[in-house]
Design a binder for this molecule. Structure first.
Ligand code: FA5
Length: 363
């Protein structure tokens, strides 16, 4: 046998061996595919047959020994086998995905808006928690809870509270003005600087007698520090009836604080100026930390500054359309946020509006 004849016989032999190997590989792959029923196993099969170190690559290594004239044929055959296997894998993939969707639909309703199971559960904000307690205590003493707008008119925030346009008392509370335009009677729109405007709204709406608290957010254009924020909470109190005196206020406040702090608390009154009350007072309560003996928190006074209060000024009763000859009453306003600081020993008021979860999760 001539040399050239020997080479072509060998090539035929090698080619037919490779052909056999490729056919067997295709059959094996298609057979294994029939048993696959999930995407994970399907991926493993793809890697096993078509991956870089897979069975097909292994067979194709033999191509280098196939003579040049036979290579195109062998190449075509291996491409064909590769396409058949990868088409079958793709078809299987679609079939598995379709079955998965049908299964989840059959299993019941799937709510895409439901929160994921890993979402964090929040806690009640300390200001809100204390506010709820304050509301409960006053409700049990017969006070209703009143509400008012956070964007107020200058009229309700100042004028009706006996603070006329050019009165220097307007400077006591730095104000955020909402817009330039001015209502002919009610003036500019402002972010309310205090909860006191709710007094006027409630008097006009319900008349006398009246017994309410009005909690809410207030805003002041102030530089912030550890005890001052530009947004904080106040609670307003108002009682209008016949024969009302400051003695009632003292009793109500002592009762309120004793129940809130769950220990006996005393209050004292000092003269104070607020245009909407006459006479006006600053109210302090006995320090809860040192029980009146004197400590850093109360600046060694034994008393903590708590709020402003006084007998409602007749001009305010008039603005609220209440007959000041028949009725009188008292009002108070305290900083709820400062009370929360005292209650939980929070050293900086700004932590309460920071939204910092490390702080909030402690409550
Ligand atoms: C008032 O706002 C009066 N409306 C209170 C009042 C009502 C007096 C009824 C008489 C009758 P004052 O500006 O002092 O008063 O504020 C009341 C309380 O709000 C203060 O005692 C303080 O606890 C709190 N407060 C005031 N400014 C800030 C601030 N920047 N940050 C946090 N709390 C504050």
């Amino acid at each position: 046998m001539k040399n050239s004849q020997k080479v072509s016989k060998l090539a035929e032999l090698q080619n037919s061996t490779m052909e056999k190997q490729l056919n067997t590989l295709q059959e094996d792959a298609l057979e294994s595919l029939k048993k696959i029923n999930n995407l994970e196993k399907l991926k493993e099969l793809e890697v096993e047959y078509l991956g870089r170190k897979g069975k097909l690559t292994e067979i194709l290594r033999g191509l280098k020994d196939v003579p040049a004239e036979q290579k195109p044929l062998a190449g075509q055959l291996s491409n064909k086998v590769k396409t058949i296997i990868s088409d079958a894998i793709e078809a299987k993939k679609q079939e598995i995905e379709r079955i998965d969707v049908e299964k989840s639909l059959n299993e019941g309703f799937f709510d895409t808006t439901a929160p994921s199971t890993s979402s964090q559960i929040g806690t009640i904000h300390p200001v809100f928690e204390t506010l709820t307690e304050v509301e409960n205590i006053f409700s049990q003493m017969g006070f209703t809870i009143a509400d008012g707008p956070e964007i107020e008119s200058e009229y309700y925030n100042f004028t009706a509270l006996n603070i006329p346009d050019d009165h220097p008392a307007r400077d006591m509370q730095d104000t955020f003005f909402v817009e330039q335009t001015q209502h002919p009677e009610h003036g500019h729109q402002v972010l309310r600087t205090q909860t006191s405007p709710v007094q006027i709204r409630a008097m006009k709406e319900h008349g006398a007698p009246l017994r309410l608290i009005a909690p809410g957010r207030v805003f002041r254009n102030e530089a912030t520090d550890a005890s001052h924020d530009s947004t904080f909470h106040q609670v307003e109190g108002l009682l209008i009836d016949k024969d009302i005196s400051i003695a009632h206020l003292k009793g109500v406040l002592e009762q309120f604080l004793t129940r809130l702090f769950d220990k006996k608390v005393s209050v004292r009154f000092r003269p104070g100026y607020f245009p909407f009350v006459e006479p006006g007072f600053e109210v302090d309560f006995s320090c809860l930390i040192c029980e009146g003996k004197g400590c850093r928190v109360c600046k060694h006074l034994g008393w903590v500054e708590f709020m402003g209060a006084g007998m409602v000024h007749p001009n305010v009763l008039k603005a609220g359309e209440i007959d000041s000859e028949k009725y009188q009453g008292w009002a108070f306003g305290f900083g709820l946020t400062r009370l929360v600081m005292m209650r939980y020993k929070i050293p900086d008021i700004r932590l309460l509006t920071s939204g910092d979860l490390r702080f909030l999760k402690q409550f």
